[in-house]
Design a protein around this ligand. Structure first.
Ligand code: NAG
Ligand code: NAG
Ligand code: NAG
Ligand code: NAG
Length: 360
């Protein structure tokens, strides 16, 4: 498995699984998430401050690069779509809007902050919900309310948000020079806001007909190269990781609670935190030789600047967990999607993505 190039898998699975998907798989996949799941909305956001993946070396392993993904190739949303039997990932929502063709049924909404943290530089989750509502309205007027309801109830809603908000916090908080007690209370307040926002979002989507949620939790964000670079020994930022773990605990309880309260709601929670920790602990098992440095960037751990056309590029992209100073490499994304779809039970609660996708 380790030696199979991700792209190869993508093509193979697309042709062998597409037929099954017609009868068994979900009719559609909707993605609401942050830059790790974005397949190109960032290209359509106005403003000079928007982080974009529209230049070299993004997509260096993607056919026809750069492809708007913060990866050297495909990202986790692509591989989840593929494992679920879709021939390709849903197109970026904003690209469809611009082409004013709203009939596609698998829009991808991505790049987000749950709260106002990255205001103006991404699409807040609340706006992603509005986009979905608009998409749903078109669907209802096209196929009728009852068919739309059936389709939506069988569709999968892939969500992964929160890490942007923790990043923003991770940078802002030390600069504020507050006592550790104050930092703790700031962290607690942030988590409470994030979870209440997540809860409101899932509840709204449910009220619009969504029933199946594939949720990816927040990884150990303190271990991304940009934070390791700040540590003299290149270690992870333990405070940020604790915050991420606390967020993930709250998210687990939230989903369990929502499933009890909202009839028919089904979910699979992918434990990216645990998967990443296991990967960092035993990288060679998965064929990774570098868990700390970016593959594209400059300076220490190639994490002192974003990935740009004049960046240094590592020699072994498939052996790096991280592609740029924030985002995982294509191969890490592939292994993540696979772990959540059919991987060891310890990485998904209470069922895996495959069981969710195939459930009726
Ligand atoms: C999430 O938080 C933002 C800003 O804090 C707010 O504007 C938005 O309405 C919230 N979303 C939901 C669904 O509650
Ligand atoms: C969704 O759109 C409908 C109109 O199509 C509107 O009445 C409703 O308030 C919207 N819901 C949300 C949560 O935005
Ligand atoms: C941070 O706060 C301490 C006292 O709480 C003060 O001595 C120090 O100068 C402050 N540092 C900065 C960079 O503001
Ligand atoms: C790369 O180019 C940017 C301007 O586009 C410049 O600011 C930066 O210093 C350059 N980095 C290196 C490593 O040469």
């Amino acid at each position: 498995m380790v030696e199979v190039p991700a792209l190869f898998f993508f093509v193979l699975a697309a042709s062998s699984m597409a037929a099954a998907a017609i009868h068994l798989g979900p009719p559609a996949l909707y993605v609401l998430g942050d830059s790790t799941l974005d397949v190109g909305n960032n290209n359509y956001l106005p403003g000079a401050d928007v982080r974009r993946a529209n230049r070299r070396y993004y997509g260096i392993d993607f056919p026809g690069f750069p492809a708007g993904r913060f990866s050297n190739g495909y990202n986790t949303a692509d591989f989840v779509a593929n494992t679920m039997g879709f021939v390709s990932s849903p197109p970026p929502y904003l690209s469809l809007r611009q082409a004013s063709s709203n009939s596609g049924q698998r829009h991808l909404l991505a790049t987000t902050a749950l709260t106002t943290g990255n205001a103006g530089r991404c699409i807040p989750l609340s706006r992603q919900v509005q986009y979905f509502n608009a998409t749903r309205a078109v669907m209802v007027s096209t196929v009728g309310s009852s068919k739309a309801t059936t389709m939506l109830s069988r569709s999968v809603f892939l969500m992964g948000v929160g890490s942007n908000d923790l990043f923003v916090f991770g940078f802002a908080e030390p600069a504020r020079n507050r006592s550790s007690a104050e930092q703790q209370s700031d962290g607690a307040e942030l988590l409470a806001n994030l979870i209440s926002n997540y809860s409101a979002t899932i509840t709204e989507l449910y009220s619009m007909g969504a029933r199946k949620f594939a949720v990816i939790n927040v990884g150990p964000v303190g271990c991304v190269p940009i934070f390791r670079r700040l540590d003299a020994a290149g270690q992870c930022d333990a405070v940020l990781n604790q915050l991420a773990a606390a967020f993930d605990d709250a998210l687990r309880s939230l989903l369990a609670g929502l499933a009890e309260r909202l009839p028919g709601l089904a979910y699979s929670l992918g434990d990216y935190f645990a998967l990443a920790q296991d990967t960092f602990a035993n990288p060679l098992v998965l064929g990774f030789t570098d868990i700390a440095a970016a593959c594209c960037g400059s300076g220490r751990l190639l994490a002192e600047a974003d990935c740009m056309p004049n960046s240094t590029l590592c020699a072994n992209r498939g052996q790096h967990v991280f592609w740029d100073r924030y985002h995982p490499s294509q191969r890490a994304c592939f292994l993540t999607a696979l772990a959540f779809y059919v991987g060891p039970a310890k990485y998904t609660t209470p069922i895996n993505f495959k069981q969710l996708a195939l459930s009726s």
